[in-house]
Structure formats: C-alpha cells, structure tokens
Design a protein around this ligand. Structure first.
Ligand SMILES: Nc1ncnc2c1ncn2[C@@H]1O[C@H](COP(=O)(O)OP(=O)(O)OP(=O)(O)O)[C@@H](O)[C@H]1O
Length: 363
C-alpha cells in the first residue's frame, strides 16, 4: 500500500492542455474517486499515474519513489500498480485461474506459491468455484471480478480502476459497488477510481477529486462536496445544485450569513471568512426550498412541471420576478399546486459559494 502524490502535473496534446497543474495527494489506504464529465482529463490523469505517458511538467510519487518527472520516467511494469479496465481485458483462451495467474507467471512466480496466491485472490472476489471456466462463460460482473482478482494477485501498492462498472447493468453495478467497498475494507489497498457517475463516486469514495477541463476543482469528502462546493461549477455538477446570484447582507454568525436572493432574505451556511457584499453566488439544493407558510412572505413562482419520483414529486418552478431562472424542489402528494398555477416558495438553507480564487483542496 502506498501514498500517491501528484504535484502540478501538466499534460499537453499539441496546443491543448489536457492536465493543467493538477495536484492531488491520496493517502495510504485511501479510496479516491476522480469524477468529471467526458473529456475533463480523467483518463489522461490515470495514464500518467500508470506511466503509459510522459508528463510535460510536474511530478508523480508513489510511496517514497519518484516515478514521473522531467528527469525520471519509471515504466508501467515497474510501478507496482494494478489496473482494472472497463473492458475487463481478459484472455478469452485462458481459464479464469490462468488469467489470474498471468501476472505472476510473467514475474517468474512458480507453483505452489503461484497456485496458492491465485486461489486466495479468487476467494477474495468470491469466485473460488470458477477457476476452470473460460471468461466467455461468465457474466459481466463475474468477469469484472476476475479482472479484480488478476490485478490483486500481484499485490500492487496502488490500484487504478478506469470506469470498471460502465459496462454493467444498473442492478449489477449496485452489487459490484458493494463488492469494491468490501474489497477495499478487507485489503486496505490505496485505490484511485475513475468515473463520470457521481452516485458511484459518492457511494464508494473516501474523497472525490472533481475535474473540469484539465483542472482539479475540489478534493473533498462526498458530504463536503455536497454541502460546501468550492465553486459554481462543482455546485452545479454535484447533486443537481442551483447556483443563484445573491447579496451577502451580513457576515458570518455561527457559520451562517444573511443573504438576499430572488428578492427575499434568507439565512444560509457560509465560510468563516465570508465578507458582506454584492456579486455573491449561493448554491441551493432541492431540499433547501419549500412551500412558504400560509400568509408568509416568499418567492412567487409559476409551476412549470411536476414529475413523480415515487412518494413525492419533483416540482420545477420559475420565479415571477426572475422568469429566466428555473428552481426545483420536492413536494409531497397531493401536490400543493399544478403546472400553470402559482405558488410561494421559501428558502430554508443553502451555501454561499466562496469567491472563485484557487480551488479549495481542503477536505
Ligand atoms: N492522445 C491524444 N491526443 C490528442 N488529444 C487527446 C489525446 N488523449 C486525450 N486527448 C484529449 O484530452 C482531453 C481529455 O481526454 P480524457 O480521455 O483524459 O478525458 P476523460 O475525462 O477520460 O473522458 P471520457 O470520460 O470520455 O473517457 C480530451 O479533450 C481528449 O480529446
């Protein structure tokens, strides 16, 4: 197991900067998900960690060993890294046991040591009874478990997972998520998990690194990302956040600021160093907006759409005074208004997004 330190990693393809000064420290035994939309640079980052490409600037250290820098490039096979790909990449003509044994055979490990380690790895992923099967006769989830066993058997110091569940159906994904979690708990292996699926990242990771256009925007626990997004991009990307212009009326008191938003005053969470002033932005979640009390003041809005979510409705509504904005909130059955009707909304919570400076990397 090893700590992974990426320091100001740069990667360019021609004039395009795919990695722009990415710095990231993954603790020994930690499970970090790298999350971002397609094209944000996740795979490029993984390829630098694995050593498939050379960096244009910065450095990567695994444990105490500098593996990538201007002057150093340790080849992939000498980095003690295990990789699990979306495509499984199993040999179709070999049995499950032979596939798992492959890395050991290449490394010169012989029986009975090799057979013992293969059996232990298959046991770890719950596939002991499948040693003699060909991969073609396994389900997608079982194939991914073989790929995991094959990666583990070499006792890597770091495991990289590149969208490993992307080819599986929804039900299998959920059970494989549990499998990865249990596996991480049992082995304590340092893991970096690439995904564009935030539910998957939230369910699995100790911390999530959110990337956008080659930059790391925030590295934080799932709950911190949700509660305290560092900037408007993270706020909008994670948890369907609504980002609204606001004025901070008074500075923090017990972690909360008074703000004016959509013409009403509200008390929301903020950083201890938040200052009063115009041009602020706040992030609201669906749960931060509710129906105002009868005769209470609030935000008059036209109901545009209702969609049933099972037990409640997701309502979309446009403020009468700001019709270019679309708010969403969850309302119980029976719904308090129908599409075309008007409703008064109240804000119960929210987060003042810190002024955009450097990405806040504090967890
Ligand atoms: N070898 C290459 N040559 C030129 N451009 C590249 C190369 N590899 C990646 N890119 C570009 O770098 C950017 C980041 O690509 P990358 O594959 O890292 O994104 P990603 O976040 O993994 O996306 P996805 O989720 O779709 O796999 C993209 O704009 C891509 O087109």
């Amino acid at each position: 197991m090893a700590r992974l330190t990426i320091d100001r990693a740069q990667k360019r393809f021609g004039t395009y900067t795919a990695l722009d000064e990415v710095s990231l420290a993954v603790e020994d035994g930690e499970f970090v998900a790298v999350l971002g939309a397609s094209g944000c640079g996740k795979t490029t980052l993984l390829r630098q960690i694995a050593g498939f490409d050379k960096l244009d600037g910065g450095s990567i250290t695994i444990g105490d060993r500098l593996v990538s820098s201007d002057t150093q490039h340790v080849p992939p096979e000498h980095r003690k890294i295990g990789i699990v790909f979306q495509s499984y990449a199993l040999w179709p003509h070999m049995s499950v046991a032979e596939n798992v044994a492959y890395g050991l055979t290449v490394a010169g490990v012989r029986d009975p040591e090799r057979a013992r380690r293969v059996a232990a790895a298959l046991d770890l992923v719950g596939l002991s009874g499948f040693a003699d099967r060909r991969p073609g006769l396994l389900s997608g989830g079982q194939r991914q478990r073989v790929a995991l066993a094959r990666c583990l058997v070499t006792e890597p110091s770091l495991v990289l997972l590149d969208e490993p569940l992307a080819n599986l159906d929804v039900h299998l994904r959920a059970s494989m998520e549990e499998e990865f979690s249990r596996f991480h708990e049992r082995t304590g292996t340092t893991m970096v998990y690439i995904t564009h699926d935030q539910a998957e990242a939230m369910a699995l990771a100790d911390r999530i690194a959110v990337m956008d256009r080659g930059r790391l925007l925030q590295l934080a626990t799932p709950s911190m990302l949700y509660r305290e997004p560092a900037n408007a991009t993270v706020a909008g990307f994670i948890g369907d956040g609504m980002v609204l212009p606001a004025t901070v009326l008074s500075g923090p008191d017990a972690g909360r600021c008074k703000v004016r938003v959509l013409g009403v005053e509200a008390v929301v969470r903020c950083r201890p160093d938040q200052t009063a002033g115009d041009n602020a932005k706040i992030c609201l979640r669906a749960r931060d907006i509710g129906i105002a009390a009868a005769n209470g003041t609030g935000i008059a809005a036209h109901v545009e759409r209702l969609s049933y979510q099972g037990g409640f409705f997701r309502m979309e509504a446009r403020p009468v005074a700001n019709p270019n904005m679309l708010l969403h909130l969850d309302v119980p059955e029976p719904t308090p208004a129908e599409p075309g009707g008007t409703i008064t909304l109240a804000i119960s919570d929210g987060w003042v997004i810190p002024a955009e400076t450097v990405a806040d990397l504090a967890a």
